[in-house]
Structures are given as C-alpha cells and as structure tokens.
Write a protein that binds this ligand. Structure first.
Ligand code: FES
Length: 191
C-alpha cells in the first residue's frame, strides 16, 4: 500500500504548486495590472481637488477678518468726544462669507493719532454707550464705568475697553474688527 503524495491518490486534478509559481504572467493579466495602476493614478489625481475643497474650512482661519473703512480722516480731525460709527465687516467662516454691521468708537486724536475702541464690554459683552452728560462710557448691564480713553474707573469689568487695530490709508481711517475674550484682565483676541 502506497500512501505517498506522489502516487496521485486523493488529488483533485489541480496543478502542482511548483507549476503555478513558475507560470509566466500572460498578456491579459499584464494589461489588467496596467489598467488597474492607471485607474489608481487617475483616481488619486482627481481626489486632490476634492480633498482640498473638503478640508478648506479646516486649513483656513475660521475668522478671517479684513479691514473696514470708517470714514475720511477729516471727519475726525476736530473730535472732542468719542464718535460712534457703524462699519461693515466682512468675515470668512469656513466656506461662508458673513457681512455684518458693527459699532465702534473713534476717540479724539492725541498727538495726531486716532484710536478706535470696541464698544463691547470686557465684563459680559454688553454694548457700552458714551454718556455725554457724564463724559464717561457707562455699561448699562452692571454699571462698569470707563473714561473717555476707555480706562476703567469702576465696576466689574476686569480691564479697560478694548482697542481695535486701525490705520490711515489714502486719507481713509480703517479698522480691523476683532472679538476679545471676556472676564479676563488681559486683552486676548478670539480666533
Ligand atoms: S457687561 Fe458691562 S459691566 Fe457687566
């Protein structure tokens, strides 16, 4: 009785493993590999713009705010009290472009330099009006009081009113509107 695998008993007719390994790649399978590789390259190339589109909100700053015009410089040359102005702010948030109107204060010039203040209270974010009769900024929410320069006099606000970055370009006063963290003693820009 011969139980050796070379006897042929119990075989299913498949080629021996040694024959499969040495069989050369025929033309059809080579073309298949080539087509598969080509499809992979094309797929990868096409996916780049799609990926860039999908990741755009993550790769760009969510609060990208540009410069807003306040007005011609002559308008503020002889200020004796803070002047409230409304500005248009363009803000990019991911794919969206948000246009909004914000209030700011232009302060009387000191040594020829104009300052621009945010009216948002650094305590809890109420809008602070200039009170002409008192010659002070007085927050209506919890009565924080600030001088004409925005310096804190009294109340719960943890710091002065926040300065906004400003510049003069071709005779026009411009401002970069930003938001600041509330309830902390230092001025920290929110992203
Ligand atoms: S929000 Fe202005 S004092 Fe509280």
């Amino acid at each position: 009785m011969n139980s050796s695998p070379t006897s042929g008993e119990g075989r299913t007719g498949a080629a021996p493993p040694s024959q499969v390994e040495v069989e050369p790649i025929n033309r059809r399978s080579f073309l298949g590999v080539l087509l598969g590789f080509g499809a992979m390259v094309v797929g990868a190339a096409l996916s780049v713009p799609l990926l860039r589109f999908a990741l755009h909100p993550l790769l760009t700053k969510t609060t990208d705010i540009g410069w807003s015009d306040i007005g011609k410089i002559e308008e503020f040359a002889s200020l004796t009290a803070p002047m409230k102005k409304l500005i248009t702010v363009d803000q990019r948030d991911g794919w969206r472009k948000i246009v909004s109107e914000k209030a700011i204060y232009v302060l009387p010039a000191k040594d020829g330099v104009l300052r621009v203040l945010s009216p948002i209270c650094p305590h809890l974010g109420c809008s602070i009006p200039w009170v002409e009769a008192k010659q002070q900024f007085i927050c209506p929410c919890h009565t924080a009081i600030f001088t004409l320069d925005g310096i804190r006099v009294s109340g719960p606000a943890p710091r002065p009113m926040d300065d906004l970055e400003s510049k003069v370009e071709e005779g026009v006063l411009k401002v970069r509107y930003q938001y600041f963290r509330q309830l902390i003693p230092t001025r920290e820009v929110l992203a």
